[in-house]
Design a protein around this ligand. Structure first.
Ligand code: GRF
Length: 218
């Protein structure tokens, strides 16, 4: 039975390197999905160029144009519903959204975080601040996590993770660079599992249904 091709909306705020890895994986036929819209909370970000280059309709929903978080979230949700989006990927998206958005897309919304959640996650943990906290903690490993988005920040069921060793001479910038490379590997993997219905979610745990694969194992 040919599965339905899921329509994906990607929310961005910056360079869009995670968006690019999703675009490339879909274009290479690795994921049965279609990225139908890219929404940025800021104008002029490179992620919008990446979408344009691949002919993906994009829009700016500028948080500064809305009096409240709810109004901003509602504007994004209206656009996603208008495009009949089935799944949402937050890819370097830097705004907190009101909980009614993930509640409208239960178990159908992913986020990537540049650490091994549940460690080094939650309020205020984004960008270089994550890597600064990891280094300050003395942790010998960090990594990246793709998780299901729920109404609480960074605590949804984990879909994919990959570990990155922390080097003795790492700075937040050098660690961030190696973690970002891992992000680009695991996000397409996670989207594939969700888009092709290969994921079982059981509380905070997730399992791969037969036919899916977690890493590069065959
Ligand atoms: C990076 O800090 C990444 O770790 C996090 O979002 C930031 C920008 O990502 N997920 P992108 O290049 O805009 O995808």
């Amino acid at each position: 039975m040919v599965a339905i091709t899921k329509r994906v909306g990607v929310l961005v705020s910056g360079g869009g390197s995670n968006l690019q890895s999703l675009i490339d994986a879909v274009a290479a036929g690795e994921i049965q999905a279609e990225i139908v819209t890219v929404i940025s909370d800021k104008p002029g970000v490179y992620a919008l160029e990446r979408a344009a280059r691949h002919g993906i309709p994009a829009a700016v929903v500028d948080h500064r144009d809305y009096p409240s978080r709810d109004d901003f979230t509602r504007a994004i949700l209206d656009r996603l519903l208008g495009e009949k989006v089935d799944l949402i990927c937050l890819a370097g998206f830097m705004r907190i959204l009101s909980s009614f958005l993930p509640e409208t897309y239960p178990q159908r919304m992913l986020n990537i975080h540049p650490a091994l959640l549940p460690a080094f996650g939650g309020k205020g943990m984004y960008g270089l601040r994550v890597h600064e906290a990891v280094l300050a903690s003395g942790a010998k490993f960090s990594g990246a996590t793709v998780h299901i988005v729920t109404s609480e920040t960074d605590v949804g069921p984990i879909v994919c993770q990959e570990v990155v060793p922390v080097a003795d001479d790492d700075t937040p910038e050098t660690l961030a660079r190696r973690v970002l490379e891992v992000e680009h590997r695991i996000y397409p993997r996670a989207l594939k599992l969700l888009a092709e219905d290969l994921l079982e979610i059981d509380g905070l745990r997730t399992r791969i249904k037969k036919g899916g694969k977690q890493g590069d194992q065959d």
